[in-house]
Design a protein around this ligand. Structure first.
Ligand code: UDP
Length: 332
C-alpha cells in the first residue's frame, strides 16, 4: 500500500487519482486543515482508497497509520506552502514542514519502510544565478518556506546514509490546471495563486485581480514562472516511485516545462480561454518574489522518462472548468 500524506490537497489528490487509475492501493493521511473531505470522498468512489485523519506534528498519528496499514512506500505532500505566510510565521513552516517530516522519517525507520517521494520546491534555489535552473544550481532559499523544504532534502540524504531510506526529491516549479474530468482541482480556502485568482475575479466581481508589480527586469516587467500541469506532475510521482522500486537509489529532479510565462502572458491566455476582457489593477510587488524562475527539467525527462504533455492553455481551460464546479461546492 502507498501512503500519500496530504492526499486531500491539490497536488496530492491528483497524484492519488493517477495511482488509483493504475490500480494501486493507497491510504491518504491528511489533517484536513487545508485539504478537503469532499476530495477524499471523490477519490474513494474511484478505487481502493483508505483515509486516515492525522497530523504530521503528532507522531502517534503517524504511527497509527503505519500500524493500521502495511505501507510499502510513501509519497509526501503534506506541508504549508505559502511563501508570504512563511516570512511572517516561520515557526509554523519549520514545525510542520521540517519537524513533521522528521516524525514521518523516524516512523519509516521504525516500521522499516525504505522508499519516499518528496515534494520539494524551486524555492530551495532562491534568487536564480542563471536560468533555466538545473538541479546543480546553488540552493540559497530566500524565504522560510524554501528553507523548511531544503532542510528536509538534507535530512533525507542523512537518513539514506544512516538508515538506507531512499528518497526522490521532486523540486516543483509552479503548478497549474485540474483533473481532466473535473472531478477534483485546486481548492484553497484562502487563494493566493495567480491562475485561480484571475479566474475567481471573473466569478466574484468584488475580487478584482491584481498584478503584483510590473517593474521587474523582464520582457514586460512582470514575473516569469514555469507552470507545469498538475496531471503531468502527478505522472512524475508515479515515475519517481517506479524508479525507486527499480533502482533503489536516492536522487533529485526538477519538474517544470522548461518554458516561462510572465504574469501578463498568463492573464492574456486567461482572457483568450474565457473569451472575455478581465479587469486588472497593477499593485506593488509581493515580498519574496524572484523575477524569473524556470526549470531545466532535462534530468527528469532523460532518467525518469517524464514527458509533460499539457500546455499552459490546457491547464487554464481545466482550471476554469474546475472553478465552475468548485463554485457549486462553495455555494452549497
Ligand atoms: N501573482 C500576481 N497576482 C496574484 C497572484 C500572483 O501578480 O493575485 C504573481 C506573483 O507575484 C508571482 C506569480 O504571479 O510573480 C506566480 O505567483 P503564485 O502565487 O501563483 O506562485 P509562486 O510563484 O508564489 O509559487
Amino acid at each position: 500500500m502507498i501512503l500519500i500524506t496530504g492526499g486531500a490537497g491539490y497536488i496530492g489528490s491528483h497524484c492519488a487519482i493517477n495511482l488509483i487509475e493504475k490500480n494501486k492501493e493507497i491510504v491518504i493521511f491528511d489533517n484536513l486543515e487545508l485539504g478537503h473531505i469532499e476530495t477524499v470522498e471523490t477519490l474513494k468512489k474511484l478505487g481502493k482508497v483508505e483515509f486516515y485523519k492525522g497530523d504530521l506534528r503528532n507522531i502517534e498519528d503517524i504511527e497509527g497509520v503505519f500500524n493500521k496499514y502495511k505501507i510499502d512506500a510513501v509519497i509526501h505532500f503534506a506541508a504549508y506552502a505559502l511563501v508570504g505566510e512563511s516570512v511572517i510565521n516561520p515557526a509554523k513552516y519549520y514545525r510542520n514542514n521540517t519537524f513533521g517530516t522528521l516524525n514521518l522519517l523516524d516512523t519509516m525507520v521504525k516500521f522499516n519502510v525504505k522508499k519516499i517521494v518528496f515534494s520539494s520546491t524551486c524555492a530551495t534555489y532562491g534568487e536564480p544565478k542563471y536560468t533555466p535552473i538545473d538541479e546543480n544550481h546553488p540552493q540559497n532559499p530566500i524565504n522560510p518556506y524554501g528553507s523548511s523544504k531544503l532542510a528536509v532534502e538534507k535530512i533525507m540524504n542523512d537518513y539514506d546514509r544512516a538508515y538506507g531510506i531512499k528518497s526522490i526529491k521532486l523540486r516543483y516549479f509552479n503548478v497549474a490546471g485540474a483533473d481532466s474530468k473535473s472531478r477534483i482541482g485546486e481548492w484553497h480556502n484562502i487563494e493566493t495563486h495567480l491562475i485561480p485568482n484571475i479566474l475567481k475575479s471573473v466569478i466574484k466581481k468584488d475580487q478584482k485581480f491584481k498584478i503584483f508589480g510590473d517593474d521587474y527586469n523582464t520582457k514586460d516587467g512582470t514575473c516569469i514562472r514555469d507552470y507545469v500541469n498538475v496531471e503531468d506532475l502527478a505522472q512524475a510521482h508515479f515515475l519517481a516511485l517506479s524508479y525507486l522500486e527499480k533502482e533503489n537509489k536516492s536522487d533529485v529532479f526538477n519538474l517544470g516545462t522548461q518554458d516561462g510565462q510572465s504574469v501578463k502572458e498568463i492573464f492574456a491566455i486567461c482572457e483568450e480561454v474565457l473569451n472575455q476582457k478581465i479587469e486588472v489593477e497593477i499593485t506593488k510587488k509581493r515580498e519574496g518574489d524572484p523575477a524569473i524562475l524556470y526549470a531545466d527539467s532535462s534530468k527528469a525527462r532523460n532518467i525518469l522518462k517524464w514527458v509533460p504533455e499539457k500546455t499552459i492553455k490546457d491547464s487554464i481551460k481545466k482550471a476554469w472548468e474546475w472553478e465552475r464546479v468548485l463554485k457549486t461546492y462553495v455555494e452549497k
